[in-house]
Design a protein around this ligand. Sequence first.
Ligand code: 26W
Length: 822
Amino acid sequence: TVRVEDDRTGLDIETLKRAFLDNLFYIQGKFPEIATQNDYYMALAYTVRDRLFRRWLNTAETYSKQGARTVCYLSAEFLMGPHLGNNLINLGIFDTVKQAMTELGLDLDELFEKEEEPGLGNGGLGRLAACYLDSLASLETPSIGYGIRYEFGIFDQDIKDGWQVEVTDKWLRFGNPWEVARPEWEVEVKFGGHTQAFTDEHGNYRVLWVPDKVVRGVPYDTPISGYKVNSCNTLRLWAAEATDSFDFDAFNAGDYSGAVFKKMESETISKVLYPNDNMTQGKILRLEQQFFFVSCSLQDMFRILKRQNIAIERFHEKFTIQLNDTHPTIAVAELMRLLMDEYGMEWDKAWSIVTSTFAYTNHTLLPEALERWPISLFGSMLPRHLEIIYEINRHFLDDIRIKFPDDLDRLSRMSLIDESGERYVRMAHLACVGSHAINGVAALHTKLLKQDVLHDFAEMYPEKFVNVTNGVTPRRFVALSNPRLTRLITSKIGGNWIKHLDDLRQLEKYVDDTGFCSEFRTIKHEIKQDLSNYIKGLYDINVDPNSLFDIQSKRIHEYKRQHLNALHIVTLYNRIKANPDIDITPRTFLFGGKAAPGYYMAKLIIKLINSIADVVNRDPDVRDRLKVLFMKDYSVKFAQRVYPAADLSEQISTAGKEASGTGNMKFAMNGALTIGTLDGANVEILEEVGAENFFLFGLTAEEVSQKKAAGYNPQDFYSTDPELKLVIDRISSGFFSHGDTELFKPLIDDLMYHDQYLLFADYRSYIDCQDRVGLTYRDQDLWTRMTLLNTARTGKFSSDRSIQDYIDNIWHTKPVSIDLKE
Ligand code: 26W
């Protein structure tokens, strides 16, 4: 039976308006006359959510009936960004809803502004997970995203006196219309205590884990719509709550406040996202978070198996689990424990299921990001898991001995336990041993993984290694964020490209079409004008949309070299000071990104950029030819304004350090040119767009290692490049710090005496390349041609392609199409 569309499902303007007013009345409890913008936003969010429910429930039911093979994407972070606009795009009702709102006297863009985005991630890794959920649903792939429902996501960033100040992110303050709590599917997670061996009724050796703490995990589900398909998957995030039994003991003992305190303590597990990107801290709470969401998710999978009547022995046929970096890697031991201790399976069988189930994605080569847990900490929190890891290690070391006899060094290098000093569990090693596939996130990154960080593992298990180059969703990052460009492209080649991004190649035939190129350029100018207006409103700074918009937005990190960009700004400034009439291309330098709160150098880089901005922006000699702005509180919402407005995308990491980068792809798709090193996915972007449409500079990864091996001395560059010397001396002299010569000393000294990330070695090449950028920009026809070719040739970087790679090479799932019948 096909139902007639009703007020909860209808997609025509009149129905949408009626449904919206109905939700305003019955959910927000407001008449239009007294409703706030937030009430309107909420009413619209519920109206859109209503339209997802039929899709969502039918999807779940279809998967369940078919027992479909399912991807479980385990990630400590999901940086989803605002849901409303994305769902409008995916449902194909953006224009209708905009019209409906207009007819009610409302502005859809203002309502978008009201959405508090769930900032449940730090940067690249979390945003990648979000793009992958979009593509999984769009490719009709059964999948569940599992993670943590942090009560506080990534902090809000304020800037005071040029310094970063962190403010707590109370994202749930006004309620979250996109989630549905499912308390009926809660699970219990054990911590601490000890283990007891015993013999069961069949005479088998078994182990009982007696915990000293039990915490409840409550799932909150968010629908994940696919683009123009009926599939609607689930993001399931776990919130920690105290168990009743847990309170009960203390309560009986008359210790009411003690009971309440313990309750609060349990709930801290999902309180806050750790704001470190690429840096481990070894905090107990962090390991608790990891185990908490992993155990909840695996127990949830067992519940699903049971409901679908699938035998435990077929776990790996029903589920394929992707580990998003090592953060969820404790899952390898937890699945072993569940299979053996809870379901009585013997070791070999359990191990074969485990290794058939897991696959591991590595996202970084930085040594300080590799997770290791001190044995003592690990053993007291997860005593049973430590036993299991020792046993996995025993089998593993035996395998190494067979393959590489008499190689003691290799054994200690590869062991799951680091015994070089204090003993640690090495999570990346556990992930490699427990998975059947290991992937890097760009071709160069995978190559370097095999060569360096995981070299021993690549020798041991060459068949496990694969590359899957990252991608980004063109729905959010082109169709939603850049409606003007979307309309122009669609008017020429139709709308299929939003699903099949390779179709953008058809734009190549317009490179010599002056009409099209001028439209392409006009659009960029209009978007830059919009951003200028927005910036004027926020910062009261005038930014000229005719200037070259040179943008670097990403987490602040020394390896990403925001300070190299700063050195370029000072170089241009010095040239102006030396010759005020010099002919230079006017530029606007925009920065965005957060620094980890405990990362002093990163925070000092923010201060440096703001200090340079203060001087450059007000110096009359500059005559507005240079503008520098650090845009505070960079977020997905803000990123969506930034990518479309960029002329130049700064991707200037030290070669070999940036695993992939994904912002680089978003900029290029929106017609920005890249200035970049041969690092991460830059290599592949250059390959796709052509070297003539890319500004390449700097040492290669190989040259970087060679330079370091040969004993790199940054002062060689300081003393031989007068322009570099002038820049450094100017900063050291206190010129940008009201005469204070101490302020930037730590940064300058680090560059002069260490310069781990080779800024000085790359300086000249960068500056010369920037000079070419400036000159090229003056030839607007050439520039437009280059940008058009960037957009046309970035089809490879759709996350649809990435997900298809995972499906073909790792997951081996089949699409399941959903129909909308009741
Ligand atoms: C445990 C501390 C910690 C926290 C986060 C260590 C490592 C991380 C992430 C893996 C850091 C991260 O986000 N890496 C980025 O992942 C992106 C998606 O693959 C890549 O595009 C970026 O190059 C990489 O820096």
